[in-house]
Write a protein that binds this ligand. Structure first.
Ligand SMILES: *Cc1c(COP(=O)(O)O)cnc(C)c1O
Length: 408
C-alpha cells in the first residue's frame, strides 16, 4: 500500500471498515461526497434524497449558498479570538438568538454559546444547580428522553440501558414516565432544581408532549421554584412549524437549550436563560474555548436571516401537513406523529423499521429508524414539493415490499 497526499483520495474507495474511527457508530453505511439542498451524492455518484438532514441539522439544505457565503467571508476575516474579547458576528448572533427567544417566551434573556447539544444541556444543568443552591440540585427528566452523551447529559437522558456500561452515573438525576403529569408531580420535591424536558422527544421515537403536559410542568415549576428547562436542540429553529417547539403549547420556559439546526452543519449551540436566572452565573463559573467562536456564529447569523427571509416556520408547517396527508394514503402507515417537519411514521405491526430503512437507502432515500416500528422524517425545511412526492413514492414502494415479505 502506498501513502501520501496524492493517494488520499483512494481512502474514499477503500473498505470503510478500515477507517480508524472508534467503533461507537458501527461501520458507516455510505461515503458521501457532495450535497445540494435535499440531495446528496455518494462516492459512486449515486443520488439520494436526504430526509434525515444530518439528524435535523441541515434545515436549510446541504451547501446552502447563503450560509456558505457567510462562513467563507468570515474565514477570510477572522476565525477565533477567545472569550477575553468580543467579535461583531458573535455579538450579532447573540442578539438575534436572544431576540427570537424573547419573542417566544416574553422574557429578556442571556445566552452562552456552545459547540454541541450536549454542551448546551451541560451548561443548563450547571446553571440549575447553582440556581437551586446546596441541597437542591436534582434534575428531573423523562424516560425515553435524549439529552446528550457527556456524563451529566447521559445521566439526564432517560434511557437506563445507555447508563449501564458507564456506571456510576453522576448523582442528582431522576427520571419519570413521559407524559405522566402525576409522576412528574410526585418527583418534583424540595430537592429538585429543574425539570429538563423535550417539547417533542426526538430520539425517543418522535413523541410530542401534549399542551397539558407542558402547561402542567410550567405550573408545577411555578409552585415549587424549580426551573423549567426545555431541550429544543432537535425541535428548535423552525423545525416544528414554530421557531421553538414549546410555542405550540403556550408555555414560557426559564431555560432553553439549542444546537443542531442553529448552524446548518457548523457545530454550534446555546444555552439560553431568563436574565434573572442567568444572573446566578459569575465570571469563572462556566466557559469553553470555542464558545461563540466567530466562524460558527457567522453561520448562526446567516441561518437566522435566511430562515426569517423564507419564513421557515410557516414553510415547515405547510410542507409537514403535505407529507402527513400524502402518507395518509400509504398502505402500512398506521399513524404519523409529530409537528411540522419532525415526523414519526408508525408502521403496521410486523414491519421492521430497520428493514424499511435499509430498503429506502437502496432506493435512494435517507431516513432513520427511531424505534423498531417508527421511521423518522426530518428533511431540510427547504425540501421541494417534487422531492416530497418522490420520497413518499419511495416510502410507499418500500412498505409494499415489506408488507409482501411480512405476509409470506
Ligand atoms: C441531538 C440532541 C442532543 C445532543 O446533541 P449533540 O450535539 O449530539 O451533543 C440533545 N438533546 C436532544 C433533544 C437532541 O436531539
Amino acid at each position: 500500500m502506498t501513502s501520501g497526499a496524492a493517494d488520499s483520495h483512494a481512502f474514499a474507495h477503500a473498505p470503510m471498515a478500515n477507517c480508524p474511527f472508534m467503533p461507537v457508530f458501527g461501520p458507516p453505511a455510505i461515503m458521501f461526497e457532495r450535497g445540494r439542498g435535499t440531495e446528496l451524492w455518494d462516492s459512486n455518484g449515486k443520488r439520494y434524497l436526504d430526509f434525515l438532514a444530518g439528524i435535523a441539522v441541515v434545515s436549510l439544505g446541504h451547501a446552502n449558498p447563503v450560509v456558505a457565503e457567510a462562513v467563507a467571508d468570515q474565514l477570510d476575516r477572522l476565525l477565533h479570538v477567545s472569550n477575553f474579547f468580543a467579535t461583531p458576528v458573535a455579538t450579532e448572533a447573540a442578539v438575534k438568538v436572544n431576540g427570537l427567544l424573547a419573542d417566544a417566551t416574553g422574557h429578556a434573556g442571556q445566552l452562552f454559546f456552545t459547540n454541541s447539544g450536549a454542551e448546551s444541556n451541560e451548561c443548563a444543568i450547571k446553571l440549575a444547580r447553582k440556581h437551586g443552591g446546596r441541597g437542591r440540585h436534582t434534575v428531573v427528566s423523562a424516560l425515553g428522553s435524549f439529552h446528550g452523551r457527556t456524563l451529566a447529559t447521559l445521566a439526564a437522558t432517560g434511557q437506563p440501558a445507555k447508563h449501564e456500561p458507564f456506571a456510576p452515573m453522576p448523582e442528582g438525576f431522576r427520571h419519570v414516565a413521559w407524559g405522566d403529569l402525576d409522576a412528574m408531580r410526585a418527583a418534583v420535591d424540595g430537592s429538585v432544581a429543574a425539570v429538563l424536558i423535550e417539547s417533542i422527544q426526538g430520539e425517543g421515537g418522535v413523541n410530542p408532549a401534549t399542551d397539558q403536559y407542558l402547561q402542567g410542568i410550567r405550573a408545577l415549576c411555578d409552585e415549587t421554584g424549580a426551573l423549567m428547562m426545555v431541550d429544543e436542540i432537535q425541535t428548535g429553529f423552525a423545525r416544528t412549524g414554530r421557531w421553538f417547539g414549546f410555542e405550540h403549547s403556550g408555555v414560557s420556559p426559564d431555560v432553553v437549550t439549542l444546537a443542531k439546526a442553529m448552524g446548518n452543519g457548523m457545530p454550534v449551540g446555546a444555552c439560553w436563560a431568563r436574565v434573572d436566572v442567568a444572573a446566578v452565573f459569575e465570571p469563572g463559573d462556566h466557559g469553553s474555548t470555542y464558545s461563540g467562536t466567530a466562524i460558527a456564529t457567522a453561520a448562526v447569523n446567516a441561518v437566522i436571516d435566511e430562515m426569517q427571509r423564507i419564513d421557515a416556520p410557516a414553510v415547515a408547517a405547510r410542507q409537514g401537513q403535505r407529507i402527513v396527508s400524502l402518507l395518509h394514503d400509504v398502505q402500512a402507515v398506521v399513524d404519523v406523529r409529530g409537528r411540522g417537519l419532525m415526523l414519526g411514521v408508525e408502521l403496521a405491526p410486523g414491519i421492521d423499521a430497520r428493514v424499511v430503512y435499509a430498503d429506502l437507502l437502496d432506493r435512494g432515500l435517507i431516513v432513520n429508524a427511531v424505534s423498531p416500528t417508527t421511521i423518522r422524517l426530518v428533511p431540510p425545511i427547504t425540501v421541494t414539493d417534487s422531492e416530497v412526492d418522490e420520497a413518499v413514492a419511495m416510502i410507499s414502494a418500500a412498505l409494499e415490499t415489506a408488507s409482501e415479505e411480512g405476509a409470506e
